[in-house]
Design a protein around this ligand. Structure first.
Ligand code: SF4
Ligand code: SF4
Ligand code: FES
Length: 246
């Protein structure tokens, strides 16, 4: 069976060549095929992996243009393998995921240090159970089309994490967390749903962004594009009285 892999090197003339490899028929998953190539055919091939069981999120790549975990993909004749998008390529299939993780910091996607002490009900836990399953694979970040026009967009998994914490009954800084995602955040999403399709964990960042928009309205913020249609010129969220909300 033959597959193609986009190879990137530090040599400019070879930067984006698709190389064809003949794979051992015993290889079932893409990760097994990559390991076969590295150990038997070409030790210079670079890729990331860890758990081999869809838990660590480190092996995400593009297969035929779609974000996929290499350890869970059943390899097929003619598959084309490329690195994830929207992050710098370090070598071959290895990208600099740190670029994506930095958005968690910018979005303040964590529980505040003054969290309330209270017992959670089953309903409380269910509210953000799915979002807690994120394995930080960056597939949604790769799939999001907004980065081609706005490299500062907080993005799908950072915003999903913000929802994870502002929907937590123990969170004590909901207002400031919501305020922080008004610019380059929830209103810049086009609701295209590509992040949901790409997620191997069944998380809908698009759905979480819609919930954050509703919560923003409850906190007195509104879509700046909507505000502009009433004569505003401010690029962040607006208070309902027409003045900038922060
Ligand atoms: S729904 Fe929003 S966050 Fe998700 S991929 Fe589309 S633009 Fe990006
Ligand atoms: S939300 Fe889904 S696609 Fe995005 S990083 Fe988490 S697990 Fe990966
Ligand atoms: S190797 Fe951990 S998710 Fe694939």
């Amino acid at each position: 069976m033959k597959i193609e892999i986009k190879r990137y090197t530090t040599e400019p003339e070879e930067r984006s060549a698709l190389i064809t490899y003949e794979i051992d028929e015993k290889a079932q998953t893409l990760l097994e095929a990559l390991n076969y190539i590295k150990t038997k055919l070409d030790p210079s091939l670079s890729f990331s992996s860890g758990c081999r069981s869809s838990v660590c999120g480190s092996c995400a790549v593009l297969v035929n243009g779609k974000e996929t975990l290499a350890c869970s993909h059943k390899i097929k004749e003619g598959d084309v393998i490329e690195p994830l998008k929207n992050m710098p390529i370090l070598r071959d299939l290895v990208v600099d995921s740190q670029v994506a993780y930095e958005f968690n910091k910018k979005a303040k996607a964590w529980q505040s240090s003054h969290a309330k002490t209270q017992t959670l009900t089953i309903e409380d836990e269910k509210r953000n159970e799915v979002q807690s399953d994120c394995i930080l694979c960056s597939s949604c970040f790769s799939a999001c089309p907004v980065y081609s026009v706005n490299g500062s967009f907080l993005g799908p998994f950072a915003l999903t994490r913000v929802w994870r914490y502002v929907s937590d009954a123990r969170e004590s800084e909901e207002q400031s967390k919501i305020e922080n995602i008004q610019t380059n955040g929830i209103w810049d999403c086009t609701l295209c749903n590509e992040c949901t399709i790409a997620c191997p964990q069944g998380i809908s960042s698009k759905g979480d962004i819609e919930k954050l928009r509703s919560k923003s309205a409850m906190h007195g913020f509104m879509d700046p594009n909507f505000a502009q249609s009433f004569g505003g010129g401010f690029s962040g969220g607006f208070g309902f009285d027409g003045s900038p909300a922060f």
